[in-house]
Design a protein. Structure first.
Ligand code: PLP
Length: 374
């Protein structure tokens, strides 16, 4: 099996799984307990938050654990939403867990504007400059695109915000960036930042939201007051602790980046004369590659590769069942190229051999398919 759909999810590492099992069995105590073993578990959760803050390079905020990045994105936006908000700005590249909040807010009567994209998948910074004004209360723009790997320049976005609407809150969905590229929240100056465990060899069912000091968030889930009264519900301790282990297990981000760039390069060089369009520029995250093949359906390629136990996707897992691809469309990619698009997403755990094998079979599969269609 060759798994090249790492942007959809990843397997849990052995170390993370061991820690998960430890906290699911031996150290199973409820962190709200007041006796010693429960307090020790609560302290372990606090340490996990410190590990995350360290990985995000920030000293100025809090971590709130949630059940998914989808929930963290909902908490970020609904948690700071006020009925008198005049303008909310999102980007056209956002994952459905942000984009569909924008649609919902429009349905509820809010003024929501979607910032267009450049052909390389990054947001159009000039358009953002135009859209933001003193009426803007909230901005949500992702760090790395889950469709193309495009990296948005958060420093630049923050500078535009400071110039045009210094009081607006800035939320960033960092799910595909965290531990893959350097993230320095204090340098970027963002207020809210979402990360998820299952994209980095941690467990499913846990994610986190960074909240900058002095930013008041209203809860969207009510109950026993866990997570500083912002996210009630007994903490998913095994998953939180396995998340911490997965982060500690990432290794050197720069070295991983270099290695994955090498894998991407080999993969592409093996496709050489195949007729395809690369929707992911060289400056994008090497972890995510969007390619459009001429004259075939991406979906058919995915299923034909599946017969060889090679797993890629037609786009993000959340959009793969929907017709078209909103993000590629916003990059002005032609409908034919969108139909022929696939997403290949690498991990530091993929080998050179896997990548060579996958590209070789992809090439054969493409030519077989073209022959059949003739
Ligand atoms: N944001 C981005 C950029 C993603 O890629 C994903 C998952 O694909 C999510 C949010 C949602 O993550 P979760 O599955 O943890 O809800």
């Amino acid at each position: 099996m060759i798994y090249l759909d790492n942007a959809a999810t990843t397997p849990m590492s052995k170390k993370a799984l061991d820690v998960y099992n430890l906290y699911a069995s031996e150290l199973f105590y409820n962190p709200s307990g007041i006796y010693d073993v429960a307090v020790a578990v609560k302290n372990d959760i606090e340490e996990a938050k410190e590990t995350i803050k360290h990985a995000l390079h920030t000293l100025n905020g809090n971590i709130i654990f949630t059940s998914s990045a989808t929930e963290a994105n909902n908490l970020a936006i609904f948690g700071c939403l006020k009925s008198n908000f005049k303008k909310i700005v999102l980007s056209k590249a956002e994952h459905p867990s942000v984009y569909n909040i924008g649609i919902e807010l429009q349905n509820r009567g809010f003024n929501v504007e979607f910032c267009p994209l450049q052909s390389n998948g990054q947001i159009d910074y000039e358009a953002l400059e135009e859209i933001l004004d003193e009426n803007t209360n909230l901005i949500s723009i992702m760090h790395v695109s889950n469709e193309t790997g495009a990296i948005n320049d958060l420093k630049k976005i923050n500078e535009i915000r400071k110039r045009k609407c210094p009081k607006a809150i800035l939320h960033v969905d960092g799910v595909q960036a965290f531990t893959k590229i350097k993230v320095n929240l204090d340098y970027f100056g963002v207020d809210l930042y979402t990360i998820s465990a299952h994209k980095i060899n941690g467990p499913k069912g846990v994610a986190a939201l960074f909240v900058k000091n002095n930013l008041f968030l209203k809860p969207i889930i009510f109950g026993g007051g866990q997570e500083q009264n912002i996210r009630s519900g007994t903490e998913n301790v095994p998953a939180i602790m396995a998340f911490k282990t997965a982060i500690q297990d990432v290794g050197d981000i720069d070295k991983n980046f270099e290695y994955v760039s090498f894998l991407k390069k080999i993969f592409l060089s093996n496709l050489n004369d195949l007729p395809y369009k690369n929707n992911s520029g060289d400056e994008n995250s090497p972890y995510i590659l969007s390619l459009s093949f001429k004259g075939v359906k991406g979906e058919t390629l995915v299923h034909m590769l599946e017969e060889h136990k090679i797993y890629i996707s037609t786009g993000s897992a959340c959009s793969s069942k929907k017709s078209g691809n909103r993000v590629l469309l916003s990059m002005n990619i032609s409908p034919n190229d969108i139909v022929g698009s696939v997403r290949i997403s690498f991990s530091k755990n993929n080998t050179e051999h896997e990548v060579i094998e996958a590209s070789k079979i992809l090439k054969e599969t493409y030519y077989n398919l073209i022959d059949k269609l003739r």
